[in-house]
Design a protein. Structure first.
Lengths: 435, 697
């Protein structure tokens, strides 16, 4: 099975072709309104395309939620340099696996989104930077690209319009950090995956020092629907300023984990109980990380919340990449903190001091803590070190490591206290999470 | 002129050009913002996060090292939040830092120590195990201790951006990130030690200085490198009468902090075990030790006798002795011995250049011009090998000001990598290739032409004619090999020219013999060689000649001597030297080697013994005489004494040259050789010979 059983509560816009026979083929794509939006965009001016994307209230699906139309409008109209379209398919955020199913089941939708972006900003080359672990997806994308060339949707003078566009896939060459947009561009250029000093932002100085539109896979995949049906229709699916649907990857202690396309603003508790079939083994909900491990944790009582960027920001968390990690009452939150920090210490690029040294220190400290060797004063040290990283690192990875840590210490202080002075982890046997 | 903006830093109103970096604007206003990764003139990194400051309206602290100032900006650099952030960064840095300060070479001069002292916490909260990696030796010169490394990437940038060598890189990620050498486990590079000295901590240390002493136990003597003709200032660290370190961390002098391997490490010849420390005389065919008095008596007697009989002297001066010594030598020879048979190994045709320029002011480039002028043409020289400082300055000019560099050389050179045009032309045929660049060069606003030894005699005149015909401002550098090659010519250590390039005919005497003419003369009675090794390249024809040699070592020439007088090196005396660009600078005495005497002192002792009407000489007095008498040398003594470098311009120049191109030949030194002296520098012989100029990458 390519994809979990769909839920009747889903609104299937980006995933509408999932489950069709040969859904990845251009024949299926063309038979289901494929490249219709692109044909329509060919008749539109770049300004009209960007305006439509702005109206759609589409916000970046990579994590930061930046309004996509606005981002595109930053690309200079007149530029003596070539421009590029870059797809961030590095999908590294723990708990996130939506880009993968989008590329696997409907690769042409992504290509069509890239083509429209190319029209909007005047770019003629696109790169898809696919994480190394997704090697099989490179084959799928390459096949789709080949089909698109054969059918005249890529190459020179596409559909006789005079518009040229080429697309290349590029294997990810590095850690999680390579998903950060500027590190991705460095890596794409064949250098170490180290973030760049910003400003300038990629829209102005991106790939190979040229203006670049860089978006997440899902962001590009939403573009054909927006152009085809109009930005207003897309916006209407969501909540104010949070247009459209979103692919939520629900994982953890639920009965039916999977990727579900739901309208923006869908209630988190309903998501857990009605879409994902509730908590496993009849256990109680303890906490949710709502948008990938970079987001502050929500306690069970905070989970009655609409899943959109603004509501979660108000709850001092983030919608992030839409990776909903559900934890039941048997979960050790110290172990969660440790597992998260292990990830960030492993993935830190090492460029800047607070992240490089802070994540390693916290990993060691949390390891010792989880083994019951913590001291009381060190509970505050954990939060304190994370705060010393927060807002001071070179790129947001340091923040991503700090934020969940701070929230875990704050919200589950008593669990840290339960690990002091040689006490064994009270959840040790029952915890499913492997460290 | 860029727009100027007004901003406030710590309550002070400051004006600065828009877009200037906050860290620099603050520093200029006397407000120091700590920084490890930021380094003047190198690419921005924003990695160490030490420079975070509060900026009004910004939601979080901002890195001052990458923040362009804007009008109305309000900055605070000493708030509780800022101090707290600095403390936190230092705490993070110290987690995996070994804290072996008591045995670290950098202790006392370490930027991390200083920062922790100012901003750090009094106690450590880190109780986990530190990461450890063993130290590595990358070359005889460079050692790397990864745990001490704070990953500021200065070393990587200076090697790549500064030198164009690109021998250092970064490997691994996260907390295991390390700096790595280009050959996996070792370095193949210029071995200049720039990376070592730029390292803020003791992560990179030098094989030469490691564990020798504590920095505060040394005496620091700023003097001029004695090797190539570029004239870098080097600060020698002296401990217990020994020179144990060289660097230029105070960034004074024409070279800022640049030094090549020779200026930084090739001081060890001073203490070489083969150093001559007693006069030697030949008895029954053997060189035997003797006293200074006896040796000097013998020489004086012989000189007086030969002079009295009106017989033939040949005197060969040095490319490394001081201006004062060269000036006195030519006085001694011309007035004391009554001959013009005086010459030195000429490594470039500065004589023809001075003649061709005929006193035109401003036509000689100073080293600073290489960093500032808009365009440069290199003719027949491998700058990176033979003139490391000039190569560095030119490259910096290209990096910082986009200078346009043209190259005409027989083979590939490092400058090709950024030159706008590189043309290959066989040695001696460069001028035709230069001609092919005419249109491009004429389109430049200004130009510096540097030329090597194959442009000599008539070709120098033609090159200057070419420069004149471009219709733009052109300056010249005649590339010369050693620390005082230029001074030897300026001071008239030549058979046909007096100090300041005045023709000897003016004094009524005919020109003397040139260096090869002396060596070839069958009837030469005395050959007196001061700090040179001519017999390494050409045999002495006269079997009867009485040979007197003043030198540091038993060279090929000294081995033929009848009397050897052990001389002091440039690091053991005061005086001035003039670099290839014509800048005069002062030497300072770092150490004394017992048993040796400076050439100037030797001249005085000989003059007295010969009853000549001059001497003894003190360098300061001779210098004043040079200022008064040598065209172009009237530079301010006080500023010179304070460490300045002054361009000298030989104004007379109106002499008719007798082009003797056969006399001009560069020794063709590489980065790792320095004529005869280089053989006695263990550091130079320990490094692997530079594989041409270019490293495999
Ligand atoms: C450490 C780090 C890792 C990231 N990884 C990804 C990723 O794997 N995929 C992704 O689309 N965006 C990732 N992002 C976000 C990108 O930097 C960027 O904001 C995004 O790709 C922009 O596309 P969007 O506007 O469509 O979201 C990451 C950001 C950070 C700081
Ligand atoms: S926060 Fe610093 S060390 Fe961490 S990934 Fe970003 S740049 Fe690299
Ligand atoms: S070796 Fe020194 S200069 Fe190089 S990165 Fe490490 S601390 Fe910086
Ligand atoms: S460039 Fe020349 S003067 Fe400078 S340190 Fe090297 S040898 Fe000495
Ligand atoms: S000096 Fe600004 S981050 Fe290092």
């Amino acid at each position: 099975m390519l994809y979990n059983e769909p839920s009747p509560l889903e609104v299937r816009l980006l995933t509408r072709r999932f489950g069709l026979p040969n859904s990845a083929s251009i024949e299926t794509y063309l038979a289901t309104e494929g490249y219709v939006a692109f044909r329509k965009a060919l008749q539109m001016s770049p300004e009209q395309i960007i305006e439509e994307v702005k109206i759609s209230n589409l916000r970046g699906r990579g994590g930061a939620g930046f309004p996509t139309g606005l981002k595109w409008s930053f690309v200079p109209r007149q530029s003596p340099k070539p421009k590029f379209v870059v797809v961030n398919a590095d999908e590294g955020e723990p708990g996130t696996c939506k880009d993968r199913v989008l590329m696997e089941n409907d690769p042409h939708q992504l290509l069509e989104g890239m083509l429209i972006a190319g029209l909007a900003v005047g770019a003629h080359t696109g790169y898809i930077y696919i994480r190394g672990e997704y090697r099989y997806l490179i084959e799928i994308m390459d096949r789709a690209i080949e089909e698109a060339y054969q059918h005249g949707y890529l190459g020179k003078n596409i559909l006789g319009s005079g518009f040229d566009f080429d697309v290349y896939t590029h294997t990810g060459a590095g850690s999680y950090e390579c998903g950060e947009e500027s590190a991705l561009l460095e890596s794409l250029e064949g250098k170490r995956g180290i973030p760049r000093i910003r400003p300038p932002f990629p829209a102005v100085v991106g790939a190979f020092q040229c203006p670049t539109v860089l978006n997440n896979v899902e962001t590009f995949c939403a573009i054909p629907a927006i152009i085809r049906d109009g930005g207003a229709a897309f916006a209407a699916l969501g909540t104010p300023k949070n247009g459209g649907t979103r692919l939520f990857a629900i994982s953890g202690h639920v009965n039916r984990p999977g990727v579900y396309e739901l309208p923006m603003g869908f209630n988190l508790l309903r998501m857990i109980h009605e879409v994902a079939g509730g908590i496993r083994n009849g256990k109680k909900l303890k906490a949710v990380i709502p948008g990938g491990t970079s987001c502050p944790v929500l306690k069970a009582e905070e989970c009655d919340i609409p899943m959109d960027f603004d509501s979660l920001a108000r709850a001092k968390s983030m919608l992030g990449s839409g990776g909903v990690i559900v934890m039941d009452e048997d979960t050790c939150m110290v172990k969660v903190a440790l597992r998260i920090m292990k990830f960030y210490a492993h993935e830190s690029c090492g460029w800047c001091v607070p992240c490089r040294e802070g994540t390693l220190w916290l990993k060691k400290l949390l390891t010792r803590f989880h083994e019951g060797q913590g001291r009381r004063s060190e509970i505050d040290l954990i939060g304190g070190l994370a705060r010393n990283m927060l807002g001071r690192t070179f790129c947001p990875l340091g923040d991503a490591a700090a934020m969940p840590t701070i929230s875990l210490v704050e919200k589950f202080y008593e669990e840290f206290e339960a690990h002091l002075d040689g006490k064994p982890c009270p959840y040790e046997i029952k915890t499913a999470v492997r460290v | 002129m860029a727009d100027r903006v007004k901003l406030q830093i710590d309550g002070k109103t400051v004006e600065a050009p828009a877009g200037a970096l906050l860290i620099n604007v603050a520093r200029q206003a006397g407000i120091d913002i700590p920084a490890f990764c930021y380094y003047d003139g190198l690419a921005l990194q924003a990695a160490c996060r030490m420079c975070l400051v509060e900026v009004e309206k910004a939601p979080k602290l901002l890195a001052a090292c990458t923040l362009p100032v804007t009008d109305g900006m309000v900055v605070r650099t000493e708030t509780a939040q800022v101090r707290e952030a600095r403390k936190a960064m230092l705490e993070f840095l110290l987690t995996n830092h070994p804290l072996d300060c008591p045995v670290c070479d950098k202790g006392g001069e370490c930027e991390l120590q200083d920062a922790v002292f100012r901003y750090g916490a009094g106690e450590s909260r880190f109780t986990e195990e530190k990461l450890h990696v063993p130290e590595a030796q990358w070359s005889p010169v460079v050692y790397y201790d990864a745990p001490r490394c704070i990953l500021c990437y200065r070393c990587v940038r200076i090697c790549d951006e500064g030198l164009g060598v690109r021998a250092l890189g970064v490997v691994n990620r996260g907390a295991t990130t390390e700096i790595a050498p280009n050959r996996g486990d070792h370095l193949e590079c210029d071995e200049c030690g720039m990376c070592i000295d730029i390292c803020p901590v003791g992560a990179l240390t030098s094989g030469i200085y490691r564990y020798k002493t504590r920095p505060w136990e040394m005496k620091h003597v700023g003097t001029i490198c004695t090797h190539c003709g570029d004239g870098c200032k080097t600060t020698l660290g002296v401990y217990g009468g020994q020179i144990i370190r060289g660097n230029n961390r105070d960034r004074s002098g024409i070279n800022d902090e640049f030094l090549c391997i020779k200026g930084r490490y090739a001081f060890d010849f001073v203490h070489h075990p083969d150093r001559l420390r007693t006069p030697l005389v030949r008895r029954n065919g053997q060189l035997v030790e003797t006293s200074w008095a006896e040796a000097l008596d013998l020489v004086a007697r012989k000189f007086s006798e030969v002079k009295a009989r009106g017989r033939k002297f040949g005197v060969i001066g040095s490319n490394r002795t001081t201006n004062e010594e060269n000036y006195v030598l030519q006085t001694f020879v011309r007035q004391g011995l009554g001959t013009n048979n005086l010459d030195h190994h000429r490594t470039g045709d500065v004589v023809s250049l001075v003649a061709a320029l005929a006193g035109r002011q401003g036509a000689l480039a100073a080293s600073a011009d290489l960093y500032q002028r808009k365009a440069a043409l290199i003719v027949a020289a491998d700058l990176a090998q033979q003139h490391p400082l000039l190569a560095f300055l030119l490259r910096a000019n290209w990096r910082h000001h986009q200078a346009r560099v043209y190259v005409v050389t027989p083979g590939p050179v490092r400058e090709d990598s950024y030159a706008v045009r590189s043309v290959r032309a066989p040695s001696g045929e460069e001028l035709a290739a230069v001609e092919s660049l005419r249109d491009a060069l004429a389109a430049e606003p200004e130009l510096v032409i540097l030329f090597g030894d194959s442009v000599k005699g008539e070709r120098v005149r033609r090159l200057v004619e070419f420069g004149d015909s471009l219709g733009i401002s052109v300056q010249y550098v005649c590339l010369l090999d050693y620390s005082n090659s230029r001074g030897a010519a300026d001071m008239g250590v030549l058979p046909d020219l007096l100090p300041g390039y005045a023709p000897v005919e003016a004094s009524g005497a005919p020109p003397g013999l040139t260096l090869p003419e002396m060596l070839d003369a069958p009837d030469l009675d005395v050959l007196w060689v001061i700090g040179a090794n001519p017999l390494a390249r050409r045999a002495l024809t006269s079997k009867e000649a009485f040979v007197v040699v003043q030198d540091l070592f038993l060279t090929e020439t000294a081995a033929r001597a009848d009397v050897i007088l052990p001389a002091a090196s440039a690091y053991e005396k005061t005086g001035t030297v003039t670099n290839t660009c014509g800048e005069v600078q002062r030497l300072r005495k770092a150490v004394e080697i017992p048993g040796t005497k400076s050439d100037l002192e030797i001249f005085g002792l000989l003059a007295r013994r010969m009853g000549l009407p001059f001497g003894p000489w003190r360098p300061e007095e001779v210098w004043e005489e040079i200022r008064a008498n040598v065209s172009g040398y009237n530079v301010p003594s006080a500023l010179l004494a304070a460490g300045g470098a002054f361009p000298t311009f030989p104004a007379s120049g109106l002499h008719s040259v007798r082009p003797k191109p056969e006399l001009i030949r560069s020794a063709g030194d590489t980065l790792f050789t320095s004529g005869t002296l280089g053989r006695y520098c263990k550091t130079l012989s320990s490094v692997r010979e530079a594989p041409g100029t270019l490293y495999r990458s």
